[in-house]
Ligand binder design. Structure first.
Ligand code: PMP
Length: 386
């Protein structure tokens, strides 16, 4: 039998074969004309996919956490106030990053499965002068979706910068950076962007670039400083080579391929497909009487689902049986409920049959533990709604 498992975790995800072929191309010099063209095109495509025509894109070797780090270390100065709107594990990470730079951090913590109400955010923003606000678009630990638009509008009203952690969202959830007035939208390559892990990707607004330029103190980070990376982005966009740190040549080639695929499909169409799939998938999950971590469909991500195990199910055995069936899913991540739920990624290039395969693996694993349900009911529900 073919030894292939379907990777259905919330990143890394299944890649398009064209992206994988780009990863396998002969590695060129980082100053080779074809690589310069790839890098320059990727920068231009990011502006389009982010809906940020006047933003400054950055493509830097590192994971999504580097994008989180660079977004704030370049904008924040010691003793500034920062507000973290937390919907789980990655809000906590933002708090830790900001604390590293000697910033006063306030966290507004949502209850598990919920979001922070807008009036609470406004109250906090009105209470003192904040330099920036961080929002997690989709918290991968809870599968909770924030609507960044009204939060960014509040940040603007109170003259704070807004930073959107889109690691589990960008290119899978709609984000109109410039229309919505978001100052930084960041992600990692391994999620809905559809490239293997290793690239920190983000776009910075003109306003935020000015805040960086007008800093009074130096950036407290060497590798991540815009001083080092802005000239590189500008050079490659002007189709010239420049050097600060050796760029991951194959990853950037793969990025170009994936961004072109997304652009060809149309980012709005791609997001709509994520929405259609997510809704049908969750109706299917509910047909098995399984509960979701997000409190309701309005705050449920379209890139992933977080699902509680039913009572009396051995979680380790469940995941083992799903894997033996041929599908890989992820366990829990949020420390308070870690052993009570599992996570499924449904973003990027996945298709209907991947979702049906995942549902059938879940049914198989539930059946192994004599969970009471009608065999095939999740698949029938999925087919009805797709
Ligand atoms: N933010 C979110 C919402 C994430 O899902 C992740 C990764 N799971 C990160 C940040 C960090 O990204 P990375 O693991 O690539 O550093």
């Amino acid at each position: 039998m073919k030894n292939r498992k379907l990777l259905m975790i919330p990143g890394p995800i299944e890649m398009d074969p064209a992206v994988l072929r780009a990863m396998g191309e002969i590695t060129t010099s980082h100053v080779a004309p074809n690589f310069i063209e790839s890098f320059g095109s990727s920068i231009e495509l990011m502006r389009k996919i982010w809906f940020a025509p006047s933003g400054q894109p950055f493509i830097v070797s590192g994971s999504g956490t580097l994008a989180m780090d660079m977004a704030v270390c370049n904008l924040i100065e010691p003793n500034d106030n920062a507000l973290v709107i937390s919907t789980g594990y990655f809000g906590e990470r933002y708090k830790n990053i900001l604390a590293t730079y000697g910033v006063n951090v306030t966290v507004l913590q949502a209850s598990i499965g919920g979001t922070v109400p807008l009036d609470i955010i406004e109250q906090e923003l009105a209470s003192k002068k904040y330099k920036l606000v961080t929002i997690t678009h989709v918290d991968t630990s809870t599968g909770v979706l924030n609507n960044p638009k009204p939060i960014a509008a509040l940040a603007k009203k109170y003259k704070a910068l807004s930073i959107l952690d889109g690691v589990c969202a960008t290119a899978g959830e709609i984000t109109e950076q410039e229309n919505w007035g978001i100052d930084v939208v960041l992600t990692g390559s391994q999620k809905a962007i559809g490239v293997p892990p290793g690239l920190a990707l983000f776009v910075v607004s003109e306003k935020a670039m000015k805040v960086w330029k007008d800093r009074k103190s130096p950036v407290q980070n060497y590798y991540g400083s815009f001083d080092n990376w802005l000239p590189i982005m500008q050079a490659y966009e002007a189709r010239k080579a420049s050097y600060f740190g050796t760029p991951p040549v194959n990853l950037i080639r793969a990025l170009e391929v994936s961004l072109r695929l997304i652009d060809k499909e149309g980012i709005k169409n791609r997001v709509q497909t994520h929405i259609t799939y997510a809704r049908a998938f969750r109706k299917a999950i509910k047909a098995l009487q399984l509960e979701l971590v997000p409190r309701n469909e309005k705050v449920a991500a379209h890139t992933m689902s977080a699902i509680y195990y039913p009572e009396n199910i051995n979680a380790d055995q469940f995941r083992k049986d799903v894997s033996e069936y041929g599908v890989i899913l992820a366990g829990g991540l949020h420390s308070e409920i870690k052993h009570l739920y599992f996570r499924i990624g449904h973003m990027g290039t996945i298709n209907k049959s991947d979702l049906v395969a995942t549902l059938s693996a879940i049914e198989y694993a539930l059946k192994q533990q004599n969970y009471s349900f009608k065999l095939g009911s999740s698949i029938a529900t999925f087919l009805k709604h797709i």
